[in-house]
Design a protein around this ligand. Structure first.
Ligand SMILES: *Cc1c(COP(=O)(O)O)cnc(C)c1O
Length: 349
């Protein structure tokens, strides 16, 4: 039987990174963010394709992810850990040459005591109030820390996907206040910040969602296709119902296809009665509730029952599906389940 297949176009991924790298300007390096297993697409494969395309610096969320990326890339590329130097990380940071972005006085102390001389960066909080050293703390420790030679000072924008949001400028101002005159490399922009323009770029940008084909990088090439096999079909008559809680009932005799993927595979339950799948160019509505392993789709209007239906593809991006589910493309990608057969397309041409 055909299995549900997630196709990942590594050439498109590399092309998206190159496009973001060009947008970042000639003086600016573009790092690749491969946290959460490469946004759900496989950190090792993704990182190797991006290294091949020219990426030399990578970001992960936690040290364990960094270990997987180091294993895939070998020595050389800089792998930065956004959660910093957490208790218990010391050996892994050291042995795999990972660079923590220190987020607090506690982490700074831990790092300088446990791994003196080991490279580190500092993450500054410019208003998002999530991760990073606060302005007052920074004032106190900056002179000593700058002496110790961090590889970069970085911060993160809270509202970069909304170009007119006042947070963007206020965070930019705070970042300048905290870092001007330090003489150190600086990093401020993720995908959204790259699109905000050069004054947000500093020395190093951190491309994430745009590489994977997601908003706000509207020019992105499509990276993922998700094709789901039809297991069986049945005719359903008016007065009959489909699926859990009997939420769908046809107006006329209908042909319903049962398709092999469900919320355990990342097809969020909020898509119930509220999404379409595609047979080539023809949309087919998802009807009834999303089950754990199955969905049901109205294929009455098709001339022939297809072997598979696409839920991500040329007619439906991760953002389109996210809109239907009431979420964002990031969540769709990172929810993609591990039951799919994964096919990586790559020419390295
Ligand atoms: C996730 C993340 C990124 C990448 O963000 P995108 O919006 O996916 O480009 C960059 N920097 C930090 C600190 C992050 O947490």
């Amino acid at each position: 039987m055909a299995t549900a297949t997630l196709s990942i176009d590594l050439d498109a991924l590399a092309a998206n990174w190159r496009a973001l790298d060009r947008l970042s300007g000639p003086e600016v390096q573009t790092a690749a963010v491969v946290k959460a297993d490469g946004y759900g697409l496989g950190a090792g494969k993704v990182a190797r394709a991006l290294a091949w395309a020219g990426a030399r610096r990578f970001f992960v969320a936690v040290a364990e992810e960094g270990a997987a990326v180091r294993q895939a890339l070998g020595p050389g590329p800089q792998i930065n850990v956004l959660s910093g130097h957490m208790a218990g990380d010391t050996e892994m940071l050291h042995d795999l040459d990972l660079t923590p972005m220190l987020n607090s006085l506690e982490q700074i102390t831990r790092h300088l005591e446990a791994l003196p001389g080991h490279p580190f960066g500092v993450q500054l909080d410019t208003g998002m109030n999530r991760l990073g050293v606060e302005p007052v703390e920074w004032q106190a420790v900056a002179p000593i820390l700058i002496e110790a030679g961090p590889v970069m000072l970085m911060s993160h924008l809270a509202c970069a996907d909304e170009p007119d949001h006042p947070m963007n400028l206020s965070q930019l101002e705070a970042f300048h206040e905290m870092t001007d005159g330090s003489g150190l490399p600086r990093s401020f922009a993720a995908t959204g910040g790259i699109l905000l323009g050069p004054k947000y770029h500093f020395d190093l940008t951190r491309a994430g969602i745009g590489m994977y084909g997601g908003r706000p990088f509207e020019m992105a090439q499509r990276v993922v296709t998700l094709s789901l096999p039809v297991i069986q079909t049945r005719e359903v008559l008016p007065g009959e119902v489909v699926g859990y809680s009997a939420t769908w009932e046809p107006d006329a005799p209908s042909l319903i296809a049962t398709v092999a993927a469900g919320y355990a595979d990342g097809l969020l339950r909020s898509l119930s009665n509220n999404a379409v799948l595609w047979d080539g160019d023809t949309p087919c509505p998802l009807v009834g509730r999303v089950s754990m392993d199955l969905i049901t789709v109205d294929v009455t209007h098709l001339r022939e029952v297809p072997k598979t239906l696409d839920i991500l593809g040329p007619h439906q991006t991760v953002d389109d599906l996210a809109d239907a589910a009431g979420t964002i493309g990031y969540e769709i990608l990172t929810s993609l389940g591990n039951r799919y057969t994964r096919r990586y397309q790559e020419s390295r041409g």
